[in-house]
Write a protein that binds this ligand. Structure first.
Ligand code: PEP
Ligand code: MG
Length: 588
């Protein structure tokens, strides 16, 4: 029995079977093809090889520019290998003689080559092993693209253990089979973690070396409440896990009674409790859990789950599906927030060196105007049918906000010319998720119709802590006074300008932090669907003056550890029931 410690990011306790999804491993199953498909498999191989060579040539030129000719030479070896007649002969022979798919032929020929190089005593050969793995991966990516990790040889009750998962990989898992995930990398607010929460998938991230500690087929208990995974559990542990799972489930049942009750504080202040979604289907879950509407629709997931760039129709259909389900309740559509850990790095020929400080979010949109306008048109068109608001992510300057707004007005003019209806007064707001926006909140409040505070990024950018990096996870603390002071100022600026302000970061779904937000004057919280009932329970148990006292004290502390300890202890004392489902007694 081995215990692996990581970061808890969702709820649930499950018992399953390990499936290791390591970076270098090729999960290409042997598949034979009909004799009349052999030619097309050969053609697929040729095409993949050509595209890979083109990609590498481009990489080579860019690397030459950036690093100099000598360092860029490595790519010449890659091109040489792809042009190697011996390799090509072998792959083609395998496809023709064994009648297998191009991907299987490639992976088995490369496996042999890699084994041969790896076994040589000469270190020059050994260093080529990772190059060969790289070339093989590139070819397989060409052939399998986004489908590569939608593995189909998993059985029911699978716990995927991986070095890292992209949000699109996580979204693609078959929920009938995958019951939990454990990753070596990642933090509490990485998008994979957020998605796991949205999919109600028990997850432990940032487990450092989990992939080294497990093997396929082993039994594993994933306790997402505590952030631990236990490999080869004994009977006693399995029994405890079973009971913990039942307790977590019955806690969820106990929350159902809150669904029809309003989110009103003990002293009668109505709080708007909205849901965060990544897919239109999640609207149902938000409403079932008692949400008042959608406070954050992360529309970039339209890109993450489809191999094609979404068309205006795709956008329009997705938003219409949400509106139809919402039946008059509000829908805040955030324009695509691609970049950083979402989408672009996977597709970039040359990954950015600092993707979180790079071409992401609104910056990406402002450099890809065609794509951006397509989305804006779809949002505007759908606004004719219900209460829709537009929200821009990662605004860092007034110029950027004005540019984005101007593009909305351009799209409006186009629709006017075409006689297409839309809401001429559609509210246009922004995420406040970088310190520059928070500091300039009074100026932004004169131009924005509403604010939504994104603590996931605000914490990362204020504290210089990568939200996806498990090594600095203990430093990622939303209760840090530098962050809470910014939130206070943003709430104040919004109040003075009389515009709505909400919080849609993951911290809004933490009971102690939600209490602090109410105390700072935030009256709208937007959280993952599963957090709606416990946060509603918290809201109904506290009065605003109590929250204000909590906020005042927490913000006055200089130390972030004291602030978070104070928040936790004080809120737990006042509303112990709000934390019920969050601590599954490991011994119980
Ligand atoms: C945030 O940064 O708090 C936020 C809600 O946006 P995302 O998590 O999608 O970056
Ligand atoms: Mg963000």
């Amino acid at each position: 029995m081995k215990t692996i410690h990581g970061i808890p990011v969702s709820s649930g306790v499950v018992i399953g079977t390990v499936y290791v999804l390591s970076d270098s491993r090729r999960h290409v199953r042997r598949r034979t093809v009909a004799p009349d498909r052999v030619q097309s498999e050969l053609a697929r191989f040729d095409e993949a090889r050509q595209s890979a060579i083109e990609d590498i040539n481009q990489l080579h030129h860019a690397a030459e520019r950036e690093m100099g000719a000598e360092a860029a030479k490595i790519f010449l070896f890659h091109v040489g290998a792809l042009n190697d007649p011996n390799l090509n002969r072998k792959v083609r022979a395998k496809i023709e003689d064994d009648r297998v798919t191009a991907e299987y032929a490639i992976s088995s020929v490369f496996d042999d080559w890699i084994a041969l190089f790896g076994a040589k005593a000469d270190p020059t050969f050994q260093t080529k092993v990772s190059d060969l793995e790289d070339i093989c991966r590139r070819l397989l990516d060409q052939l399998l693209g986004a489908r590569f990790d939608a593995l189909d040889d998993m059985g029911p009750g699978t716990v995927v253990v991986a070095r890292d998962l992209t949000p699109s990989q996580t979204a693609a898992f078959d929920r009938q089979k995958v019951v939990a995930i454990v990753t070596d990398l990642g933090g509490k607010t990485s998008h994979t973690a957020i998605l796991a929460r949205a999919l109600s998938l028990p997850a432990v991230v940032g487990a450092q070396n989990a992939t080294d500690l497990v093997e396929d087929g082993q039994t594993i208990v994933v306790d997402a409440e505590r952030g631990v995974a236990i490999v080869n559990p004994d009977e006693d542990t399995i029994e405890r896990a079973r009971r913990a799972g039942e307790r977590a489930a019955s806690y969820q049942v106990s929350l159902r009674e809150l669904v029809d009750q309003p989110a009103v504080t003990a002293d009668g202040v109505r709080i708007t409790l909205l849901g965060n979604i990544e897919f239109p289907e999640e609207v149902d879950t938000v409403l079932e859990r008692g949400g008042d509407g959608i406070g954050l629709y992360r529309t970039e997931f339209l890109y993450l789950t489809s191999p094609d760039i979404p068309s205006e129709k795709t956008h329009f259909n997705a938003y219409t599906a949400c509106l139809n389900k919402l039946d008059g309740k509000p829908l805040i559509i955030r324009t695509v927030d691609l970049g950083a850990d979402k989408y672009t790095q996977e597709r970039n020929r040359i990954p950015e060196r600092n993707p979180f400080l790079g071409l992401r979010s609104i910056r990406y949109c402002l450099q890809n105007l065609g794509m951006f306008k397509t989305q804006l048109r779809a949002i505007l068109r759908v606004s004719a049918h219900g209460p829709v608001r537009i929200m821009f992510p990662l605004i860092t300057s007034i110029t950027e906000f004005r540019q984005a707004k101007m593009l909305v007005h351009d799209a409006m003019e186009d629709l006017d010319d075409e006689g297409v209806p839309y809401d001429k007064d559609i509210p246009i707001g922004m995420m406040v998720e970088v310190p520059s926006a928070a500091i300039l909140a009074p100026a932004f409040a004169r131009e924005a119709d509403f604010f939504s505070i994104g603590t996931n990024d605000l914490v990362q950018y204020t504290l210089a802590v990568d939200r996806t990096n498990e090594r600095v996870a203990p430093l990622y603390n939303p209760a840090h006074p530098a962050v809470t002071k910014l939130i206070r100022d943003v709430a104040r600026a919004a109040r003075r300008a009389d515009i709505p302000v909400s919080c849609c970061g993951e911290a809004a779904g933490e009971p102690d932090f939600a209490a602090l937000l109410l105390g700072l004057g935030v009256r709208t919280l937007s959280v993952t669907a599963s957090d709606i009932p416990p946060i509603k329970r918290l809201i109904r148990s506290l009065s605003i003056p109590q929250c204000e006292r909590i906020a005042k004290k927490a913000i006055s502390l200089d130390s972030e550890t004291e602030a978070s300890a104070y928040l936790r202890d004080r809120t737990r004392k006042l509303v112990p029931q709000a934390f019920d489902g969050r601590s599954v007694d490991p011994q119980g």
